[in-house]
Design a protein around this ligand. Structure first.
Ligand code: ADP
Ligand code: MG
Length: 451
């Protein structure tokens, strides 16, 4: 299917090559009927990891190809070859854009989006996350009255989404009638835009202001710079707050540090409790590896758990991903126990990447891939925006992330003057501070490069 092939290319450009290869290398196209995309994977580890971590990305990628977001379904097919096999051309189904005739808001199927695996039981508590964990528990005991809003912030992959789901799952288990709505602020924006376009603002208002008892909104930083969405969220917030309905927000930044956020929202975010999650220390990382292995029925030897906890420090998602990836590969090879040789061998690239020093070439290659320009063009002199902008971005990232001097960087970009590098750096720096879209793009690149 052509759309999937293009979608896959786009996905590839958004991920670092190892991550892409580890997770998408084993995905085989299984069919697309215009509204549902079926992907085949070789075992349950791939299925769970991909559906928990990459559904949104896959949906975004498909939406770019066919205009509407399909539902992504993973099927375990042990025969599915772990290779990027392009699907047969005759199987192409014309997308029926109207297939998803929405009667309700597209993203607000509320509690059904809660992942049952993200519970308090499966969350390992350590000094890095004690406060947000305790505050989240308190919220489930005194819904709407203790900490409102609860604002949890911290870096990527540190457990914010997990905690928020745990809140939702616990409240629903204790009080089954409670209407819990979990969504990201991006989905909130999409629903808002959809409601505007389809003349359904009444449905939107009714839902968010009246039919939600607990609003769990993930990644609120995304609405920065989106004026109308912020305005809408402001009214949603006020309405829920006045009715003493619980609001929980997560963000990758402290409210004061979210740029382009309206002051009135900033101040509201501080009305309740703000709790930050820090990267876990070694003992917590080790406990997480052991707990995940136990929960998933993966047998890892102690030295493997220590090896993982020592090697992968900054991000729990990476840590967990490496463990699940080991299990996925062990299962492909028919191994029942994961030992240290197997672990070191399988994760060699990933761990080398985590520790490798950043180079100009790595920055240039990552930028080329992201913007889909060639290395020659990036280092060349073409002034067309489609090339000049990625070049300036690459220069900016090199200047920011490496200790090389300006003349040295100029030389690595095809012999340019140091003033050119400086000008590019300043230009992008300005854009980053003024344009939220550019900023999030650059931040995504920085994450890819491990800044
Ligand atoms: P964030 O939303 O902060 O980017 P997530 O909540 O998605 O991060 O967490 C990434 C992964 O790491 C999830 O699979 C989650 O279960 C796991 N995780 C993070 N912190 C913990 C923890 N303290 N205990 C157990 N698992 C955790
Ligand atoms: Mg998250």
């Amino acid at each position: 299917m052509k759309q999937w092939a293009s979608a896959l290319e786009w996905i590839e450009s958004r991920l670092n090559p190892q991550t892409f290869e580890r997770w998408f290398g084993a995905v085989v196209w299984g069919g697309f009927d215009g509204s549902m995309l079926t992907l085949k994977v070789p075992n349950k580890f791939f299925k769970e990891w991909l559906s928990n971590n990459y559904c949104d990305l896959i949906e975004d990628a498909m939406a770019r190809q066919c205009g509407s977001r399909p539902l992504v379904v993973f099927e375990v097919d042990e025969q599915a070859a772990p290779a990027l096999v392009p699907p047969p051309p005759e199987a192409v189904a014309a997308p029926t854009l109207s297939a998803r005739a929405h009667v309700v808001l597209p993203h607000t199927n509320g509690a059904s989006r809660l992942n049952p695996k993200y519970t308090f039981d499966s969350f390992v508590v350590g000094s890095s996350n004690q406060l947000p964990h305790a505050a989240s528990l308190a919220v489930t005991e005194m819904v709407g009255t203790k900490y409102n809003p609860l604002f949890v912030y911290g870096g990527v992959g540190l457990g914010k989404t997990h905690l928020v789901h745990a809140i939702g799952n616990t409240i629903r288990a204790r009080r089954p009638g409670t209407r819990v709505c979990y969504l990201s602020s991006e989905q909130f924006m999409n629903d808002f835009v959809w409601a505007l376009r389809n003349d359904k603002m009444d449905v939107f208002h009714r839902y968010f202001r009246k039919e939600v008892d607990v609003l769990l909104m993930d990644d609120i930083q995304f609405i920065a710079g989106k004026d109308r969405t912020q305005d809408e969220f402001f009214h949603t917030f006020n309405s829920l707050y006045e009715q003493k309905r619980q609001i929980v927000l997560t963000s990758d930044k402290y409210p004061q540090e979210i740029p382009d956020l309206e002051e009135r929202l900033r101040s509201r975010f501080q009305w309740g409790l703000i709790a930050d999650i820090q990267p876990p220390e070694f003992e917590t990382r080790l406990a997480i590896v052991k707990k995940k292995a136990e929960d998933e029925g993966i047998q890892v030897l102690d030295d493997v758990a220590v090896f993982l906890a020592r090697s992968i420090k900054s991000n729990v998602r990476e840590l967990e991903g490496s463990l699940i990836n080991l299990a996925a590969h062990a299962s492909l090879e028919g191994r029942t126990v994961i030992d240290i040789e197997f672990a070191q061998h399988t994760l060699k690239k990933v761990i080398a990447l985590a520790q490798a020093p950043l180079t100009v070439e790595a920055v240039q290659e990552t930028v080329c891939k992201h913007f889909q320009v060639s290395l020659d063009d990036l280092r060349g002199g073409c002034r067309q925006r489609s090339v000049a902008f990625p070049r300036a971005v690459a220069m900016y990232l090199c200047r920011k992330g490496l200790s090389s001097s300006l003349p040295e960087l100029g030389a690595r970009f095809g012999g340019k003057d140091h003033t050119t590098v400086l000008a590019a750096y300043r230009k992008i720096e300005k854009k980053v501070s003024e344009e939220p879209d550019t900023r999030s793009r650059i931040e995504a690149l920085e994450r890819l490069l491990g800044f």
